[in-house]
Design a protein around this ligand. Sequence first.
Ligand code: ATP
Ligand code: MG
Length: 373
Amino acid sequence: MATETNNGTPDPRLEAALGTLWRQTEALDHLRSLAQDTAAQPVAQTQAWIAVKAQAERYVHDLEPWRRAKRLDALAGDLADQERLLSDRLKEAAAALDTTPPAIRQEAEGRQGIRIAIVGKGGAGKSMISATIARLLGRRGRPVLAVDLDTSHGMGYSLGVGTTDAALPPHALEEHGGSAYGWQLTGGLPAHLAVERHAITAPDGVRFLSLGKIEDLEKQSARRSVAAVRQVLAGFAEPGWDMIGDMEAGPTTAFERYHSFADLVVVVVGPAWRSALTARRLLPIVAGIPTLVVANRFRDEPDHEGLEPILRVPYDVDTARAEHRGLAPIDECPGSPAMVAVEQLVGLLVDHANAARSSSPTNPSPTNQEVAS
Ligand SMILES: Nc1ncnc2c1ncn2[C@@H]1O[C@H](COP(=O)(O)OP(=O)(O)OP(=O)(O)O)[C@@H](O)[C@H]1O
Ligand SMILES: [Mg+2]
């Protein structure tokens, strides 16, 4: 068997890799069934075909390094099969979209969600900004999944749920020797059902998932929910949903590609020199995905060289005060300068996503510099 080691025992890492391929297939089958649902409105069907295409493209991108990975040589046949499947799904979605009336396609494209990972140095303001973005998107009537990927989490307070704990329950996790930290999402629990069943509901209808409280977990596996939450992020592509991920500080988890679910990475940089150092270190690591820089907590300091932001969120005493009390600034000081700036940022992010979608060789999506000018 392809997933056995030389001495015939199962190789858990290969089994985990096969599990990933299986999850990809399952996620695409789910989206495809939405697209082929004859009871659904044409716009909803078209949204689902757009989701099939976008998700298959993400999976092609994710599998790229797998083909070159020596440790996966035994899975060459499985990977080739998966590439064929992804290519078939892409062709099928393209054919369906080609025959869709332009007005319906345009409406469906306008309803597509945005997928954003927020990275930066510790204390840059990732949690405050990511939670506020999620709330403001929710307030616009958009379905939003907010995910705290930081083991020392804080997004829940900035979101206004009054807790940081929105973990997957133990029965949604299963032990697997080949998975990161030895645990994974329970087989048979698709990402969209994991969110439907286990994400808690924050104000403005935002659904929220976190890694959970470390003290609740076994000491040896404090990160046991990481792989499962990442599997949820990788498999979740419900049509029209926005996804906002609050990443752990610094470059370590970026190296591990925790941001790979996203279509856009926002690098938050504070006024301190060290914050700029971390941002500069992060930029090449996340470079495979379009990137924007946002400045936060600046007063009258100049921009850092090479890190000109698309937007500055000013230092805001009311926001700091709300956060000091563990309350969501969007509830406590909605008209404060920082909240007004994040509202502008949400507009820029939605515009950016729309521009990226309609981009073509003659109409490229704007870069950080172009958006700023
Ligand atoms: N624009 C702002 N004005 C004033 N205070 C802010 C602003 N943005 C964030 N803060 C405060 O700065 C601190 C750090 O913010 P936050 O927790 O969002 O950063 P973080 O990048 O998520 O940090 P960590 O990496 O530790 O999770 C918090 O106390 C927060 O209230
Ligand atoms: Mg944080």
